[in-house]
Design a protein around this ligand. Structure first.
Ligand SMILES: [Zn+2]
Ligand SMILES: [Zn+2]
Length: 372
C-alpha cells in the first residue's frame, strides 16, 4: 500500500488546501480521459489518497497508523468527498452536485468603500453631506428584467427550465450519472432571447450617483459608517451590496483632538499673565471668554466644559482645553528696559539663582496636558 502523502507529493504537515491543490493537479494529469488507458491505477491511487487525506477524521486515523475507512466500508458510497471534486474539475460543475433547481439570475452586488473627508467641526457636531460614487444601479430601461421591454425570458430548451442537466460519465468505476448546471442557460433555467439594449442583459447600468451621508457627531478619523444596500446593484439586477464610508478628519489649524476633548493654545504677553486679563477664544460654539488669572504661569490650562467633541452615539461632549503660553517681551526700548530693571530690583531678581529640577516644570505639564 502506497503512502498517501507520497502519492500526492505533499508533506505530512500539508494543509487541507495544499492537499486539495496537489490532488487536483495530479487528477488532471492522471485522469484516464486525459492520460489515456493505462493510467487508471495511478488515478485510482491519487483519488484514494485524496479521499482519505481530505477527510479530517480519516486523515487522523491514517496518521495514527489505523486502517482507513475507505477500504473498510466507505466503498458503498464512492460519490462523496474527493469524487465530487473530480466531477467539479472535469465537468465544470459550479456547485452542481449540491444545487437543486435553477439558479436565480440576480447575484448580490459588490460592497463599496468610499473615503469622505470632513472637517474637525463636522466631526464635533455631525453633518449632512453628499458623496458622489461610481456605482451600478438597476437598469432604467428594463427595470432589472434584463429583457428588451415587451419581451420576457424563455424557458431553456436544453434543461426545460430545471437549470441542470444529467449526463452519463464514463470512469474507472463504470458509468456514472452526474448532474451539472445547464451550459445553455448557465443554470438559470431561462434564456434571455432578446436582451435589453441599454444594459446588454445585465439588468444594471454603471453610473455616478449622489448619495446623502449623515456624518455621526463624534466620529473620529478612520471610522467607518456602513450603509446597507447602498453599494452596487449586482449582476442580473441582484440585491445591492453595502456602502462603507470611511471618514478622514482634516487637521484643523486651531484645534487638535485628544479623545473627545479639543485642545488649543493661546499665547499671552508676560505682563497680561502677571496682571491677569480676559481673552476671547473663537470656539466651534462661537466666541468664549477665557479668564487669565493674575500670575498665570506658562503651561497653565483653562478648561471650558462641554465645548469638546460630542460623544459618539451618546449625549454630552468632551471639554475644550485652552493651553496658555506666555510670551516674554523681547526688543525693549529704553523706557521699557528702565521699567523692567526697576521691577527686577523691586522683586529682588537682579541676580537669579535658578531652581534646577529633573522633573516637573513646563515641559512635563505640556506632555501631561496635551498628550505629547
Ligand atoms: Zn436593461
Ligand atoms: Zn438550461
Amino acid at each position: 500500500m502506497s503512502d498517501y502523502y507520497e502519492v500526492l507529493g505533499v508533506a505530512r504537515t500539508a494543509t487541507p488546501s495544499e492537499i486539495k491543490k496537489a490532488y487536483l493537479k495530479l487528477a488532471r494529469q492522471t485522469h484516464p480521459d486525459v492520460a489515456g488507458p493505462g493510467s487508471e491505477e495511478r488515478f485510482k491511487e491519487v483519488s484514494t489518497s485524496y479521499e482519505v487525506l481530505s477527510d479530517a477524521e480519516r486523515r487522523r486515523m491514517y496518521d495514527l497508523g489505523g486502517t482507513d475507512a475507505l477500504r473498510n466500508g466507505g466503498a458503498g458510497s464512492p460519490f462523496t468527498g474527493g469524487f465530487q471534486d473530480i466531477f467539479e474539475t472535469f465537468f465544470g460543475a459550479a456547485g452542481g452536485s449540491s444545487q437543486r433547481g435553477p439558479v436565480p439570475r440576480g447575484r448580490r452586488g459588490q460592497d463599496a468603500l468610499v473615503p469622505l473627508e470632513i472637517t474637525l467641526e463636522e466631526a464635533v457636531f455631525g453633518a449632512e453631506r453628499e458623496i458622489t460614487v461610481n456605482t451600478a444601479v438597476v437598469c432604467p430601461t428594463c427595470h432589472g428584467t434584463c429583457c428588451r421591454p415587451g419581451t420576457a425570458p424563455v424557458t431553456c430548451s436544453v434543461c426545460n427550465g430545471r437549470g441542470s442537466v444529467q449526463r452519463v460519465a464514463r470512469s474507472f468505476l463504470g458509468q456514472i450519472m452526474t448532474t451539472s448546471p445547464c451550459h445553455n442557460c448557465q443554470g438559470h433555467g431561462t434564456i434571455i432571447a432578446d436582451p435589453c439594449p441599454e444594459c446588454s442583459g445585465d439588468g444594471r447600468v454603471r453610473t455616478r450617483a449622489k448619495i446623502p451621508v449623515s456624518v455621526p457627531a463624534g466620529v473620529d478619523n478612520g471610522a467607518r459608517l456602513r450603509m446597507p444596500g447602498r453599494g452596487e446593484v449586482g449582476p442580473g439586477a441582484g440585491p445591492a451590496g453595502d456602502l462603507h464610508v470611511e471618514f478622514r478628519v482634516k487637521s484643523d489649524t486651531t484645534f487638535a483632538r485628544r479623545g473627545d476633548d479639543l485642545v488649543c493654545s493661546v499665547t499671552v504677553p508676560a505682563t497680561a499673565a502677571a496682571l491677569g486679563t480676559q481673552i476671547v477664544v473663537e470656539t466651534f460654539d462661537g466666541p468664549r471668554e477665557v479668564n487669565i488669572a493674575p500670575g498665570t504661569q506658562p503651561g497653565h490650562t483653562e478648561t471650558l466644559r462641554g465645548l469638546g467633541v460630542t460623544h459618539l452615539q451618546s449625549s454630552g461632549r468632551g471639554d475644550l482645553k485652552v493651553f496658555v503660553d506666555v510670551e516674554v517681551p523681547g526688543r525693549l526700548d529704553e523706557r521699557q528696559r528702565e521699567l523692567l530693571t526697576e521691577l527686577a530690583r523691586l522683586r529682588g531678581e537682579e541676580r537669579v539663582a535658578p531652581k534646577v529640577t529633573a522633573g516637573g516644570g513646563i515641559f512635563s505639564r505640556l506632555r501631561e496636558r496635551i498628550g505629547l
